[in-house]
Design a protein around this ligand. Sequence first.
Ligand code: 13P
Length: 288
Amino acid sequence: MLVSAAEMLKKAKAGHYAVGQFNINNLEWTKAILTAAEETKSPVILGVSEGAGKYMAGYKTVVGMVNGMLEEMKITVPVALHLDHGTYEGCQKCIEAGFSSIMFDGSHYPIEENVAKTKELAAICKEKGMSLEAEVGSIGGEEDGVVGAGECADPNECKMIADLGVDMLAAGIGNIHGVYPENWQGLSFETLDAIQALTGDMPLVLHGGTGIPDDMIKKAISLGVAKINVNTECQLVFAEATRKYIEAGKDKEKKGFDPRKLLKPGAEAIVEKVKEKMELFGSVGKAE
Ligand code: 13P
C-alpha cells in the first residue's frame, strides 16, 4: 500500500539521512526503482512530473500500475507516489487519482499567492492523510519545459511556507535540474544553513540531484536535507546501456529486438544507479 512521505521523511531528518525521490517515466523505470528499494530495504519516493503523467496516459494509469506492482512484486518497504512540481490543477487531479503525496510548486507566484494556495492544499492533504511538498525559490534548469534560474530562496519566506502545515520544503540553494554546467558555483550552504536555522525539524528537499558531487550531497544532508530528487541520471544510464546493446548488434541476434530483451540492460542500469544513490543518501536498511 502506498504511504504518505511524511513519516519516512521525519525519520530521515531525525536519523541524518535522506530518502531518494526517483522520477518514473514508464513501467521499466517503476519496476527498476521498486526492485532497488526492496533489495536494499530502503524507503523510496516515486516522482511523477506532469509531463510524465501525461506520457503514461494519465495519473489514474500511474496509480493503477504502481499499486499493482506493490502487490505483485511483494514490496515491503514504504513507497510514496508523489507528484513532482505540480500546478494547482495537477495537484487536485493527483489527489483524486490516488497519489499518496504531492508537490505544489508555487515558486513562480508572488509569495502571498504561493502562501494562499499552499495553505489550501495543506488542509486537503491533512484531511486525506497525504503529504505535501512546497517550494520557495525556483530550481534552475529545464524540466518539462519550465525553465528556472537556480536562485537562492529567502529563508524568511521559507519559514512562512514551512509554517503552513507542509511536510517537506524544497528551497532553491543554487541547485538546478539536469546536468550542471562547467561553470556551476556549487550549492549555497550558507543559504541552506540559514533556512534550516529558521525551519527547524522541517525535512528539506534537494532537487536536481543529478551531478551534485558526493561530498556536497553529504554536507547537504548534515544541514537538514532529508529528501533528494534524482531524474536525469537514471535517464542517462538507461540511454547509455541501451546504446551499447544496439551498437553491439544484440538486437539483431536471437530475437534481441524483443522489448523485454532490448530494454533489459537499461532497466538493470537504473537498478544499479538507484542502489548507488540509496547508499550515498544513507537510506539503505532504514526500512528493515
Ligand atoms: P535531476 O533531473 O537533475 O536529477 O533533477 C530531478 C528533480 O529535481 C526532479 O524534481
